[in-house]
Design a protein around this ligand. Sequence first.
Ligand code: GLP
Length: 242
Amino acid sequence: MQLFIEKDYLAMSKKAAQIFADEIRKKPNLVLGLATGSTPMGTYEELIRMHKEEGLDFSQVVSFNLDEYYGLTPDNPQSYNYFMFENLFNKINIKRENIHIPDGTVKDVENYCKEYDIQIEKFGGIDIQLLGIGVNGHIGFNEPADELVVGTHLTDLTEDTIKANSRFFESIDQVPTKAITMGLGSIMKAKKILLLANGKNKAPIIAKLIKGGVVTTQNPASFLLIHPDSTIIIDEEAASEL
Ligand code: GLP
């Protein structure tokens, strides 16, 4: 695991975008694993700038998103489908048919999730996976638990996550209680993983992850410590308890 501590959010975002851009230039049909949340927004802005000003080409890129709230339609402004089109896809030249985001409205969830993992494999697996981290260590929506699920699956969100994510909703009762998420196995199969964290509220979990030096299902992000090619990029605030 490689750790980079950058001065601030902007520097963290630029560093992450640069890594993505270098990989896309090396392999134009790169398979990206993408994340939502406030953390990756700056990275997406920088990638959009690189597309517009430096001709960074997404025409052959394939993407798979990590997760989606269960019960939200893609046109719901709170859905991760909506987020991705607003914050990235509508502003770059990725092809619609190359975009994969879990559908929060499917009925046969079990088969749908199996098929999602099959699709990832069909494209040769994820080349580079972007991750944020929840204040409780969740990645995607893999919440701390005694056991973690390997494949893509439907999961219950914890109280902590519902509370943390309620800031994007009008009230806490509007936050969905379930989500479809790639599993720990789907994430760990990515050839390269990039986890970003910024701000003081992420300092305790970052300290626990890096100083702890242990792998535990109670901190799903800790599995990055044993991934062969994982990079953690954080800003000085998130590094403040190291
Ligand atoms: C959400 C998402 C995660 C994200 C995390 C942190 O619940 N499911 O993929 O990394 O919480 O969000 P933020 O970046 O807004 O702090």
